[in-house]
Design a protein around this ligand. Sequence first.
Ligand code: SAH
Length: 443
Amino acid sequence: MRALHVLQRAFVRQIAFTCSARWRWTQSRIFSSTIPEKHTPSSAMFKHLTSKIKATGPISVAEYTREVLTNPVLGYYVNNDMLGPDGDFITSPEISQIFGELLGIWCVSEWMAAGKPKEFQFVEFGPGRGSLASDILRVFSQLQSVLGGTAVSVHLVEVSPRLSGVQARSLTGDHNQVSSSENDPVYRRGTTGTGLPISWYRNLEDVPKGFSIYLAHEFFDVLPIHKFQKTKKGWREVMVDIDPEDVDRLRFVLVPAPTLASSTLIQADESREHVEVCPEGGVVIQKLSSRIAEDGGAALIADYGHDGTGTDTFRGFRGHKPHDVLTAPGTVDLTADVDFSYLRRLAGDQAACFGPIAQRQFLQNMGIDVRLQVLLRNSPDAATRAQLNRGFDMLTNPAKMGDRFKFFALLNHNRLAPPPPGEKGKKRAPGPLPVAGFSELKV
Ligand code: SAH
């Protein structure tokens, strides 16, 4: 507990004041309700989807989402830089530097709780514009006194070549290069501005094994979901088809017979009428849990979501406004709330699960109030102070991102094991460190 306090204090009070000018007020993706918009049937993506449907029949919502978001040529994520005021949505790391700084502290505290392994891989899924990683790496570098002598390396799992370029510029300047071979699992590598080796991968399997702290912020919500509706005849899958009355339009249909997905993905005791399941997210969780069990480490997953109660949450965003999910595919961000109860189930016994807890609670447990006060005290001008306050409000206000965003962690079981009984006459070893963010820490 003391070690964690020292870390907290070193961070929230002493880290040099560096205020990024990133924050600008705009809409995050949590707000739903869909505004239909005029479709653009002539787009290459629309043609690609309709030719697929014409060839094989209606496609699952998961296949639709996979094509629309990550098709290697036409996909939304592959071609766009969608984050920020000029894009389609904004995320917490883009809103306030404090968010990334507190997550950086979380990573270091879990590394400490694991006994300070000599090698420490920081792995981030879907790093967007690289803002979260940049804030975290600043914390690592300012905690040199704690991390010194440890071989820290940075590993980014990113499907988008376009965004990997944005991340590389932000994190390395010019110190990176794209692999000359298409088959190289490390498709880009370099050295961060703080001197750490950094590599980019398309898949988790390509990231080297070893003690790692994994981070996924607004990553699971973009993984494809299957949608199911309870009917009198049992569960049926919702699919995407061409509208027979307007061939320039797509529509949802209910498949009359069970599909492989509807027969295998619904729990026997399911009580909801409409369910969304993200098997790809389940696979990532299983891989993460087994890596954590074998090599040590932890994963922190932050996203909007529910604990097995959500129903129809699939939605689209364009230009910071809700957008019909089937209209203008490839130009719209698609997302669904993360079902944390499903992730917990898939983690099984391999890892200990914490959360989900509300973002507001997590950030408060991590010391966001104190950190804000330090930054405010050191802020040179009123505009910066107002910006810091607005960012804080957006992240923690229950009516904004404070409640709908949740934090969920996977930890190695040994991390939580009680200490072995001490030798006779010797002082008993202290118990395991509390898990930062999930329990209240008094700084
Ligand atoms: N974490 C960032 C960005 C969130 S947007 C933030 O919070 O600001 C989703 C990110 O995941 C983007 O970087 C996108 O390119 C990436 N992504 C989407 N699908 C992916 C997949 N299947 N594999 C790896 N990265 C993916």
